[in-house]
Design a protein around this ligand. Structure first.
Ligand SMILES: [Zn+2]
Ligand SMILES: [Zn+2]
Length: 250
């Protein structure tokens, strides 16, 4: 019998708190544990507001190194170190440069707080784009996308677990790699920041998605990371949109 996989939307907002939504964080609960995708600055608060224990998380996978996707990690690590009752192992996975970025972030927010030896086993794993990575029973594929992150990769993610596939575009302008990342997926979480096409690159807009999504083969497409104009026009948008606190059982 296939075991359920649940996706809980901890936060699906943009970097600016538009619509009062929490920053990016998704929780995949499956037979193997709890994996978070992204951990924005507000994610620890969002988990506690939902009555969830943050320390049940055993893996955190990051799409890219922007603050609305990683800014909550110092809070999370310090909570696990000093408040949590559990010492279960934690793996954090992300683009190349993960270890250096995470330590800089911690140094900025809590000088001197980074530890070589945490109370819990901590493993940092840098993901090579286009190289499928087997992590326990789960399989992760990342692909480079188009989003300004300095010398570091911004990535889309495809996570396969318990015969289910959940795909994340991450923050990005359109790249054809999103077809591969989302092919045959049960859920495709696709960013759509703008309601109108913009002169800048690095985020998706509704007109671009209207032309691309018909060729995406996913059971269910959910728009994510909605900016203020998208939020003001939710009822006119012909695709499902995420909200904080939603749960999807697949
Ligand atoms: Zn970003
Ligand atoms: Zn973002």
């Amino acid at each position: 019998m296939r075991k359920n996989v649940n996706l809980y939307v901890v936060g699906c907002g943009d970097a600016f708190g538009s619509g009062g939504q929490f920053q990016s964080c998704f929780l995949i609960n499956d037979a193997h544990g709890a994996m978070a995708v992204d951990f924005g600055a507000t994610s620890l608060v969002a988990l506690r507001a939902a009555g969830l224990d943050p320390q049940m998380i055993d893996h955190i996978v990051l799409t890219h190194f922007h603050g609305d996707h990683i800014g909550g990690l110092p809070f999370f690590l310090l909570d696990r170190e000093y408040s949590a009752r559990v010492c279960t192992p934690l793996r954090i996975l992300g683009p190349r440069g993960l270890s250096e970025r995470l330590q800089s972030l911690m140094e900025c927010m809590f000088p001197g707080a980074w530890k070589e030896n945490w109370r819990f086993p901590l493993e940092l794993i840098e993901i090579e784009p286009d190289l499928p990575l087997q992590i326990g029973e789960r399989r992760i594929l990342s692909k480079k996308v188009q989003h300004p992150t300095g010398p570091y990769d911004a990535t889309a993610l495809r996570i396969e677990t318990c015969d289910r596939v959940i795909a994340f575009s991450g923050d990005t302008g359109w790249v054809d790699g999103l077809y591969e990342i989302s092919a045959g997926s049960d859920l495709f979480i696709c960013e759509c920041f703008d309601i109108e096409e913009q002169p800048y690159e690095g985020h998706l807009s509704l007109p671009v998605l209207l032309s691309k999504l018909p060729d995406v083969h996913s059971q269910r497409i959910l728009l994510n990371h909605l900016g203020p104009e998208m939020l003001s026009n939710r009822s006119t948008i012909p695709y499902e949109q995420l909200s904080d606190g939603a749960t999807y059982s697949i």
